[in-house]
Design a protein around this ligand. Structure first.
Ligand code: MN
Ligand code: MN
Length: 337
C-alpha cells in the first residue's frame, strides 16, 4: 500500500522547512479544515437538511443570504473563536470584525473568510466552496481588533486556501511555498494530498467572463474578448472556448487545472469598483494563483499590492495564465497612453 500524506502531516512537514511560521499555525489550519468538513457534510445533504433556499435576510452588501450562508458562517466562527490562535475574524456575512470572546485566549493571527462562495448556485446543486485568508496580528492582544488591523496588502497573507464542495470535496492551499491540493476521503474524514505542486498551464484557449455584461466593460477587456471571439481568423490565430460557472471557487479551480483566464472586470452600470471582495475573495485567490505561476490583476495594478481601505471593498479581478493576464494588463496600459 502506498503511503498517503494527510493535511496535518503535510502542514507540519512544511512548517519544519520554513523559518517564519509559528508553531500554532498548523493547529489553526486544522481548525479551518474541521469547519470545512462540517460545511461539506451539510452541503452534501442538500435538501435532506431542509437548508436550501433564502434566509429572508440580506448581508451587508445587500445580497440575499441563503440559509447555508448563515449556517456556514456560524460553523466557521464557532470552530475558530475559542482556539487561541486568532485575535479576530472577518466574514463576508458580518459587517464588522468578529471579536474573540473575552473568556478565550487570543493569538497572533487574523482569519478572513467567505464561508460559502457561489451560494446562489446552492439550490442548483452546483459547486460551491469556502475561501479563507490568514494574516498576522501584531497589535495589542488586550484590545479588541479594529478594522485597520485587517487593512494589510494581499502580499502580507501567511496562508490562503479554498475548499470546493463539488463531486468531491477538495482543499487548495498555499502558505507561500507553492500550491497543493487535497481531496477529502469521506471514509476516514481526512484531507489527503492528491494534487501536489499545482502549476497553472501556460498555454491555454479558454476564457471565462459573464458575457451579459459586455456592453458595460472597459475598452481593454472589450478588445481582449473580441480577439478571443475572432479565433483562428483574428490576431490570436487560434480558437477559444468560453466557460462561465458563476462560482469563483469553481472558476479558479478550473484555471489551476487547465489554465486560461477568469475575469470579473469593472462593470460601469453596477459599480465603479468591480464585483468581488478584496479581503476574502480576490486576495486569497490571487495569492494561490500567483503561487501556482499565474498572474492576478485589476487590469491596472496587481491585486496583491492593493492597500485595503474598507473591510468589504470590491475590486475588478482578472486572473489566470501569465501570458493571457499580461495581455489584458498590456491593453489597459496602451489604452491610457
Ligand atoms: Mn463569494
Ligand atoms: Mn459567500
Amino acid at each position: 500500500m502506498t503511503h498517503s500524506i494527510n493535511l496535518t502531516q503535510f502542514i507540519i512537514e512544511q512548517q519544519r522547512k520554513s523559518s517564519n511560521n509559528k508553531a500554532d499555525f498548523s493547529l489553526l489550519l486544522n481548525d479551518i479544515a474541521l469547519a470545512c468538513k462540517k460545511i461539506s457534510h451539510l452541503v452534501n445533504k442538500g435538501a435532506l437538511m431542509g437548508m436550501l433556499g433564502d434566509a429572508d435576510s440580506e448581508n451587508i452588501q445587500g445580497e440575499v443570504q441563503k440559509k447555508l450562508d448563515i449556517i456556514s458562517h456560524e460553523i466557521m466562527e464557532e470552530a475558530l473563536n475559542w482556539t487561541g490562535h486568532l485575535s479576530g475574524m472577518l466574514s463576508e456575512e458580518m459587517e464588522h470584525p468578529l471579536q474573540i470572546p473575552s473568556n478565550q485566549p487570543k493569538g497572533s493571527y487574523l482569519a478572513l473568510f467567505d464561508p460559502l462562495d457561489g451560494s446562489s448556485n446552492i439550490d442548483l446543486n452546483l459547486t460551491v466552496g469556502s475561501i479563507f485568508s490568514i494574516l498576522r496580528y501584531q497589535g495589542d492582544k488586550k484590545k479588541d481588533v479594529a478594522e485597520q488591523d485587517f487593512f494589510q496588502k494581499g502580499s502580507e497573507q501567511v496562508c490562503a486556501g479554498f475548499v470546493l464542495y463539488g463531486p468531491s470535496t477538495m482543499m487548495i492551499l498555499t502558505t507561500g511555498q507553492g500550491v497543493d491540493g487535497f481531496t477529502l476521503d469521506p471514509d476516514i474524514g481526512e484531507f489527503i494530498l492528491t494534487h501536489p505542486k499545482i502549476t497553472i498551464p501556460e498555454e491555454t484557449a479558454e476564457f471565462a467572463i459573464n458575457m451579459s455584461n459586455q456592453r458595460f466593460w472597459e475598452a481593454p477587456v472589450q478588445r481582449y474578448v473580441e480577439e478571443c471571439l475572432q479565433g483562428k481568423s483574428g490576431v490570436r490565430d487560434k480558437d477559444f472556448n468560453m466557460r462561465w460557472i458563476a462560482s469563483l471557487v469553481a472558476e479558479v479551480y478550473r484555471v489551476l487545472m487547465r489554465g486560461g483566464i477568469f475575469m470579473y472586470p469593472l462593470d460601469s452600470h453596477k459599480s465603479t469598483s468591480g464585483r468581488l471582495r478584496l479581503l476574502y475573495e480576490a486576495n486569497p485567490m490571487s495569492f494561490i494563483v500567483e503561487q501556482a505561476g499565474g498572474v492576478s490583476s485589476t487590469g491596472n495594478e496587481p491585486i496583491l499590492g492593493i492597500t485595503p481601505t474598507s473591510l468589504h471593498q470590491r475590486v475588478p479581478l482578472i486572473l489566470g495564465s501569465k501570458s493571457e493576464v499580461n495581455r489584458v494588463v498590456g491593453y489597459h496600459h496602451t489604452s491610457k497612453n
